[in-house]
Design a protein around this ligand. Structure first.
Ligand code: NDP
Ligand code: OXD
Length: 309
């Protein structure tokens, strides 16, 4: 019998208990799942970084922490965590992100706002270019960025992706490293940031990089708030360098009422809803890692603690 601790806010238990139990009932796994297990008896920790568990030292026999979130910035620096940490890659979350990103790219590409808000009832004919005439740049070509890029390619967009290491994604112009960033930004009529929050990505979108984008570019950030220097973005919006930004994530969440993003006419704020982890598919991902742990197979989606993602 293996003991699986569910360490997340109590309300998440209602969402996850049944799908996790269903997934754990797979042949070959004999597991006890609970919100309360003596730490020295726990084999796996299904974990949300905002749970009460912040000290991993008492979990003396635990084999892995299986994160319920894709982002791991709140746990990578935890000195008490010595065992492997896997992040969430969930087909349901990925689909949600693809839909959210595609929707916001299409909003900008088609100029939908012209007609959605039209108090003067102007008969303003505007023909949008076709997708094949539009450059979209995805900063971050991981699980989510790649899935978004593939769908945008299928819609016909000219898609460039940028990552730390070299990639090969069909139909996507793949750039990487510091050398590739300027080239990617220069193409970014619409930029989507799907990078993790790490020391290397903090303030990646700053006065210098915003100035490297084409004038009147659009920015969509479902990654993490610290990717953007907020003051630099507001200056770029005010100057017309950036035409509009859609921001789902922020340095402080919920976004404080006094933050200038709320009132800025060229900013759309969404409340960290770009993509939710979906309990049924996420449970399958978690249990696959438990199966692997028991079989001595390599973990999926292992976090590199030095890189921070
Ligand atoms: P992955 O770890 O799969 O991908 C991260 C990508 O970023 C990789 O392509 C990686 O490059 C690239 N990258 C990391 N550091 C650098 C760097 N210094 N320079 C250039 N590229 C870099 O993550 P996911 O795609 O699964 O998720 C991305 C982020 O999305 C998460 O970290 C999370 O913050 C956010 N998120 C937001 C949600 C929301 O609802 N708003 C929901 C879920 C996730 P390489 O491939 O070479 O390693
Ligand atoms: C996540 C998120 O990291 O929701 O999973 O942002």
């Amino acid at each position: 019998m293996i003991n699986v601790l569910f360490a997340a806010r109590p309300e998440r238990w209602n969402t996850y208990e049944t799908p996790l139990r269903d997934a754990l009932s797979a042949p070959g796994i004999d597991a006890h799942l609970s919100q309360e297990i003596a730490p020295d008896q726990v084999d796996y920790i299904v974990y949300a970084p905002n749970s009460d568990v912040q000290d991993f030292a008492p979990f003396t026999r635990a084999k892995a922490v299986l994160n319920l979130w894709a982002g791991v910035e709140r746990i990578t620096g935890n000195e008490t965590l010595k065992i492997p940490l896997a992040r969430m890659v969930d087909p349901g979350l990925t689909k949600g992100m693809v839909e959210w990103v595609t929707g916001h790219v299409l909003r900008y590409h088609l100029g939908m706002d012209r007609h959605i808000v039209n108090p003067g009832h102007e008969w303003a004919v505007h023909t949008a270019p076709l997708a094949q005439e539009r450059d979209v740049v995805i900063l971050g070509l991981g699980a989510l960025g790649t899935a978004c890029a593939e769908v945008l390619v299928a819609l016909g967009f000219r898609v460039t992706g940028w990552s730390r290491s070299a990639k090969d994604v069909a139909g996507v112009s793949c750039l990487h490293g510091d050398a590739g960033l300027a080239e990617a930004l220069a193409r970014a009529e619409i930029a989507v940031t799907l990078l993790p929050d790490t020391p290397a990505t903090t303030n990646l979108i700053n006065a210098h990089t915003l100035a490297q984008m084409p004038r009147g570019a659009f920015l969509i950030n479902p990654g993490r708030g610290p990717l953007i220097d907020d003051d630099a973005l507001i200056s770029a919006l005010d100057a017309g360098q950036i035409a509009h930004a859609t921001l789902d994530v922020f340095r402080t969440e919920p976004l404080p009422q006094a933050h200038p993003f709320w009132a800025h006419p060229q900013v759309t704020v969404t409340p960290h809803i770009a993509a939710e982890t979906r309990a049924s598919t996420a449970s399958q991902s978690i249990v696959e890692n438990i199966r692997r742990g028991e079989a001595g197979e390599p973990w999926l989606n292992l976090v590199d603690r030095d890189l921070g993602y």
